[in-house]
Design a protein around this ligand. Structure first.
Ligand SMILES: Nc1ncnc2c1ncn2[C@@H]1O[C@H](COP(=O)(O)OP(=O)(O)OP(=O)(O)O)[C@@H](O)[C@H]1O
Ligand SMILES: [Mg+2]
Length: 251
């Protein structure tokens, strides 16, 4: 079951998604950001896709087992991802945001756009329709795209995996992962208001500092100079008040 942590009290709910290729450091960095936000007195919930809610976790198991190859490829996979996302958004993300929690999600719809859209050739029309049904107008407040050279990401993923077999996506070719990296970079360029591209080819602590700087700038309204002072100093300054996330889901 996915790890979910909720601590302390928050006046503002924000939705942050983490994206990037295999081994980019999403799962590592999402925990570090949650720790920093919690130190700043903000209530956080860490979740992931596919999965994150009990129903969606069952679908995750199917997807990572490679069922897409058996049931018709990337389009069928996209439908399963959408079913999982619908459950995840409805039962976990929306209620948490409504309570003022900062939701940090390890992968979200950009992964669908990249894996099933750019690399799987699922039509933008279908992906847009699925997005309308599952999340409606609910956009992440910030999407952190972790960028590392393909070889480094795959090496990290292999070290983490040990002797276990690669999953459906880890087992793809280097060319696949290179296209994947390019697709994420294109999204970052196309949507600079929502996305920030982070150079993740560095020590975890340094990458975490870069992410924290972006979160401060984009969501907390803290001056950049505060990043060096760390979360404790920043917390004393207090978070800039903002509106709780308004959510509109069409399904
Ligand atoms: N900045 C880093 N430098 C070196 N190793 C790292 C760094 N960040 C994470 N790692 C290590 O690389 C491996 C992959 O990291 P992590 O699981 O966070 O990546 P991920 O993006 O979540 O991967 P996946 O897409 O496969 O879920 C882990 O063993 C982790 O400890
Ligand atoms: Mg991960």
């Amino acid at each position: 079951m996915v790890e979910q942590t909720e601590q302390t009290i928050s006046p503002i709910g924000r939705f942050i998604t983490f994206e990037g290729g295999e081994g980019a450091g999403k799962s590592t960095q999402i925990k570090l950001l949650a720790q920093r936000l919690e130190k700043a007195g903000l209530q956080t919930l860490v979740t992931r896709e596919p999965g994150g809610s009990p129903g969606a976790e069952v679908i995750r198991h199917l997807l990572l087992s490679g069922i897409g190859h058996l049931i018709g490829g990337a389009q069928a996979e996209a439908l399963l991802f959408a079913a999982a996302r619908d459950d995840h958004v409805r039962t976990l993300i929306e209620p948490a945001l409504a309570r003022g929690v900062w939701v940090l999600c390890d992968r979200f719809y950009d992964s669908t756009r990249v894996y099933q859209g750019k690399l799987g050739d699922v039509s933008p029309a279908l992906l847009n329709a699925l997005q309308d049904v599952t999340i409606g107008t609910m956009q992440p407040d910030l999407t952190i795209i972790l960028d590392v050279p393909v070889e480094i990401g795959l090496k990290r993923a292999a070290v983490r995996r040990g002797t276990a077999a690669p999953d459906r996506f880890e087992g793809e070719t280097t060319d696949f992962h290179r296209k994947l990296r390019d697709a994420y970079r294109q999204i970052a360029t196309a949507e600079p208001g929502r996305c920030v591209l982070i150079d993740a080819d560095a020590e975890p602590k340094l990458v975490a500092d870069r992410i924290w700087l972006a979160v401060q700038d984009r969501l907390l309204g803290w001056p950049q100079a505060k990043v060096k002072a760390g979360a404790k100093t920043a917390a004393k300054a207090g978070a800039k008040p903002g509106k709780a996330k308004a959510k509109a889901k069409t399904a």
